[in-house]
Design a protein around this ligand. Structure first.
Ligand SMILES: [Zn+2]
Length: 346
C-alpha cells in the first residue's frame, strides 16, 4: 500500500473512510494567487481526487514571495498561473487529476466553468476582489455548493465557510454590498506578508477537507480574523447571521451572476477596455492617496489617471468619479479586469 497518506489517515478525523471520500471528491479553486497556491498545494498533497484551478493571470516576480507554487523561471517566462500551478502540482502528486483552466472568471462563464467538468464539491476563494467573491457566492447559493472564503492583506487575514442549505448565512448576509472602489487597501497599495496568506490558505484547505469529508458539525461556523503582527485573533460566530432579507440567499436574486453590474467592454477602434462602475460615486482623492506608491497619478475632481504595471506590461489607467475606469493598452477584458482589481478595487 502506498504510504503517502499513512500519517494523514492516522488522524482520527480522517481515517480510511475520510481518505476515501477525499479521493473521490472535487475541489475548485478560483484564483491561484497566494491563497490559491497554498490551498491547492495542500489539497493535492492530501489526495483530493480532482482539483480544478482557474486563473487569468501570468506569473510575475512580485508574486514569488508569497505564491509557493511558482518559480523564477515561471515569472521570467510569464507563464499563465493556471499552467504553472498544474505543472507543479502534477509532479507533487500524480494520483490527483489537476485541471488548470486559463480564464477570467466572470458572470458569463462562471456557471459553465463550474458545471463544465462536473459540479465540484467545494468552491475555494483565491480571488482578490469583491466582485468575483460575490459572483462565487451567487454560484454557491444557486448550485448548493459550499464556499470557502479567504482574504489576506498586509499583516491581516480572514477566513469563513458558507454552506448553503444548512441554515447558516451566505457571504452577502454578512457583507451585503461590495465596498466602494478605492476605499479598501489592495495587495498593491498595502502589500501582504507571505506568512499571512499561508495561514489563511491553510485554514481554507482544512475547512475544504471537512466539507469534502462531510463533517458538517466540524466546519467552522465563524468568521476568523487575525493580525499576525499584533498577535490578535478574533472569531465572530455566524450561527445566527443568516439574513432572511439577504438579496442572495434570502430573495434568491443572483445579481452578480446575471451581470447587473455591467460587463467590461473593449472600446471600439481602441487598444482599451472600459470597466463599468458599481453605480456609486467614489472618492478620487482617497483613491489617489492609496495609489501613491504605485506611480505618478494625475488627480482631478472628475478623474484620476496614471501609468501602471501588470504582468510585465504597462497600461494607462483612468478612473472616473462614478467608478467607471478605462484600461488603455489592451483589448483583453480579462487583463483589464486584473489591472482594475489590482489597483482600484479589492
Ligand atoms: Zn445570504
Amino acid at each position: 500500500m502506498d504510504p503517502r497518506y499513512a500519517r494523514q489517515m492516522r488522524v482520527e478525523h480522517v481515517g480510511e473512510a475520510g481518505q476515501a471520500r477525499l479521493g473521490s471528491s472535487h475541489a475548485m479553486i478560483v484564483g491561484v494567487g497566494a491563497l490559491g497556491c497554498v490551498s491547492a498545494d495542500l489539497l493535492v498533497r492530501a489526495g483530493v481526487g480532482t482539483v480544478t484551478i482557474i486563473d487569468r493571470d501570468l506569473v510575475e516576480r512580485s508574486n514569488l514571495h508569497r505564491q509557493p507554487l511558482f518559480t523564477e523561471s515561471d515569472a521570467d517566462e510569464k507563464k499563465p498561473k493556471a499552467i504553472a500551478a498544474k505543472e507543479r502540482l502534477e509532479v507533487v502528486n500524480a494520483g490527483v487529476e489537476v485541471r488548470g483552466i486559463i480564464a477570467d472568471f466572470h458572470c458569463e462563464n462562471a456557471l459553465g466553468l463550474i458545471e463544465g467538468g462536473g459540479v465540484p464539491d467545494v468552491l475555494i476563494d483565491g480571488t482578490d476582489n469583491f466582485e468575483t467573491r460575490f459572483l462565487l457566492n451567487d454560484c454557491s447559493v444557486k448550485l448548493g455548493v459550499p464556499y470557502v472564503y479567504g482574504g489576506a492583506i498586509s499583516t491581516k487575514g480572514s477566513a469563513a465557510v458558507f454552506v448553503p442549505g444548512r441554515g447558516g448565512p451566505c457571504l452577502r448576509c454578512i457583507v451585503p454590498e461590495a465596498p466602494d472602489a478605492g476605499t479598501q487597501p489592495t495587495c498593491e497599495s498595502a502589500g501582504v506578508i507571505g506568512a499571512v496568506s499561508s495561514i489563511i490558505g491553510s485554514y481554507q484547505a482544512a475547512e475544504a477537507m471537512k466539507v469534502l469529508m462531510g463533517q458538517w458539525d466540524r466546519v467552522m461556523g465563524s468568521m476568523l480574523s487575525f493580525d499576525l503582527w499584533e498577535g490578535v485573533r478574533t472569531r465572530v460566530e455566524l450561527g445566527d447571521a443568516k439574513d432572511a432579507e439577504c438579496v442572495c440567499c434570502g430573495k434568491g436574486e443572483y445579481g452578480y451572476l446575471e451581470g447587473e453590474r455591467g460587463l467590461p467592454q473593449a472600446l471600439c477602434g481602441q487598444q482599451a477596455v472600459q470597466i463599468a462602475g458599481g453605480g456609486k460615486m467614489i472618492d478620487l482623492r482617497r483613491l489617489g492617496a492609496s495609489l501613491e506608491g504605485s506611480g505618478d497619478f494625475e488627480v482631478k475632481d472628475y478623474m484620476i489617471r496614471g501609468m501602471v504595471e501588470h504582468g510585465g506590461e504597462r497600461f494607462e489607467l483612468t478612473c472616473f468619479a462614478d467608478g467607471r475606469a478605462i484600461v488603455d493598452g489592451t483589448v483583453d477584458v480579462g487583463v483589464a479586469r486584473a489591472v482594475y482589481s489590482r489597483y482600484i478595487s479589492s
